[in-house]
Structure formats: structure tokens, C-alpha cells
Design a protein around this ligand. Structure first.
Ligand SMILES: [Zn+2]
Length: 255
């Protein structure tokens, strides 16, 4: 599924299949700063079978704001008929605290999947950011490199983001490859919310805690407080009665 973050600013999340592998061309240098787009409250909770109370969603988003995340996908204006979990989108948007300087985009899933070849068209349509998603998590770093190389010929690097799932344990490696190629916007989901880790076709998102831990280790600035982020992850896992998908949270867990 491809999705567009509507409202201002517009952002597009697309599906690209990562299959090819190559080992050519040199690595770039890492960015000094990375903007993390937190997708847990939307991409993550949208996949929950049980309806999550509106108050829980609002508290989660507020905690993520407290943790310093610059962009938090708040909800989705999809029809409640298709995604009952997002039926309270208006209440959620009204209820959250809007921290100055932060973005709380919402999604409208209204586009079909697209190939990297059409990224240029999307960019010219006015999407300020195009998020290239390996939403089934099958890609490996070589494939990420090939796909980005192709897309970068059509779209400015500054307009690209990546969205990796950890189905095959490749999300951090794929993200690191994208960073080495100059991408500095990365989607991630607190506690790795999104998809069921035990079901077939599992597609858990890259956990924000794991991403922040890696970036801190690389000396890359994110503005995110890992401790507060871990608390937000702990809060939502308790509310959903599930285990965190974040390795960092598991490693630091006191339960
Ligand atoms: Zn996702």
C-alpha cells in the first residue's frame, strides 16, 4: 500500500520492491543529523486488531513529543469502514498537545503502490518528501543501494526518506545503507509497532528505540531523548499487553 501524508506538509509513502543486489560504487559519508519520522501511532496502531482507546493514543503521542521526536504521524483520515482503528482521527488530532516546531502529519491512503521510476512525478506533484518503503521487509542493503541510486537520479536527495521493516532482520542495515548514501530522514515506529511478529507475513516496523541507539552510537544528532522514548514504548506495550519489538527496550527492560 502506498500512502500520502496529507495536510501540510505533504508526504508520500510508497512501496518499492527491493530485490536486486550489487556491490559496486563507493559509500558516501554519514549525515550529521537525522530527522526521525515516528509512525507508531498511525502505521503501528492501524494494525492492531483491538480498538485502542483514544486517550491511550493521545497519551502515546504526547509522550513521543516529550521524547523530542520532530515528526509524529498522528492518525489517518481513512474511512472508518476500512480501518475502524482510525475512526477517532478528529478526536486524536484535537486532543494531542502540539509542541512548537514539531509536525503532526496525518495520512490519506489513496494512492496505489508505485515504482521508483515514478518518484520524479510525485516530487513534481508537490510532495515535499517521498518515503521509500520496504514495507514487507525483504530487502537487503545491496538492494537498498540499487533502489536509492536509481531514485536519486530523478529526485533530490533532500526529498527522500526511507521506511524499513524488520521482517528479515534487515531494517537497521538497510537504514544504515541509506544514511551512507546521504538520506537523512528515516521512518520508525516506537516499540516496533506495526504488523504481528508471530503471524505469517509479519512486517514489524524498524523500532525507533533501536534507530536512536544506533544513531547515538554514530554520533548523529536526532534531538530524541532515548530514555523518554523507552518510557513511551513501555507505556504503549503495557496498554496493548504485548512485548516490545525493540531490541534496545528488551535489553534495558527491568520487568
Ligand atoms: Zn511501516
Amino acid at each position: 500500500m502506498a500512502t500520502m501524508r496529507k495536510v501540510v506538509p505533504r508526504r508520500l509513502v510508497g512501496l518499492a520492491t527491493l530485490r536486486a543486489v550489487s556491490t559496486s560504487s563507493p559509500m558516501g559519508t554519514l549525515p550529521k543529523q537525522v530527522k526521525i519520522v515516528e509512525v507508531g501511532p498511525r502505521d503501528g496502531l492501524q494494525n492492531e486488531k483491538n480498538i485502542v482507546p483514544t486517550a491511550v493514543k493521545i497519551k502515546l503521542i504526547d509522550m513521543l513529543s516529550e521524547a523530542g521526536l520532530p515528526v509524529i504521524e498522528a492518525t489517518s483520515f481513512v474511512s472508518p469502514k476500512w480501518v475502524p482503528q482510525m475512526a477517532d482521527h478528529t478526536e486524536v488530532l484535537k486532543g494531542i498537545r502540539k509542541f512548537p516546531g514539531r509536525n503532526y502529519p496525518v495520512l490519506t491512503p489513496n494512492l496505489k503502490g508505485f515504482e521508483s521510476a515514478v518518484s520524479k512525478k510525485l516530487y513534481s506533484m508537490g510532495c515535499y518528501e517521498i518515503s521509500l518503503g520496504d514495507t514487507i521487509g525483504v530487502g537487503t542493503p545491496g538492494a537498498m543501494k540499487d533502489m536509492l541510486s536509481a531514485v536519486m537520479r530523478e529526485v533530490p536527495l533532500a526529498a527522500l526518506a526511507v521506511h524499513c521493516h524488520d521482517t528479515y532482520g534487515q531494517a537497521l542495515a538497510n537504514t544504515l545503507m541509506a544514511l551512507q548514501m546521504g538520506v537523512s530522514v528515516v521512518d520508525a515506529s516506537v516499540a516496533g509497532l506495526g504488523g504481528c511478529p508471530y503471524a505469517q507475513g509479519a512486517s514489524g516496523n524498524l523500532a525507533t528505540e533501536d534507530l536512536v541507539y544506533m544513531l547515538e552510537g554514530l554520533g548523529i544528532h536526532t534531538g530524541v531523548n532515548l530514555q523518554k522514548l523507552l518510557e513511551a514504548g513501555d507505556f504503549i506495550c503495557q496498554a496493548l499487553n504485548r512485548k516490545t519489538g525493540s531490541k534496545v527496550a528488551q535489553a534495558t527492560c527491568k520487568l
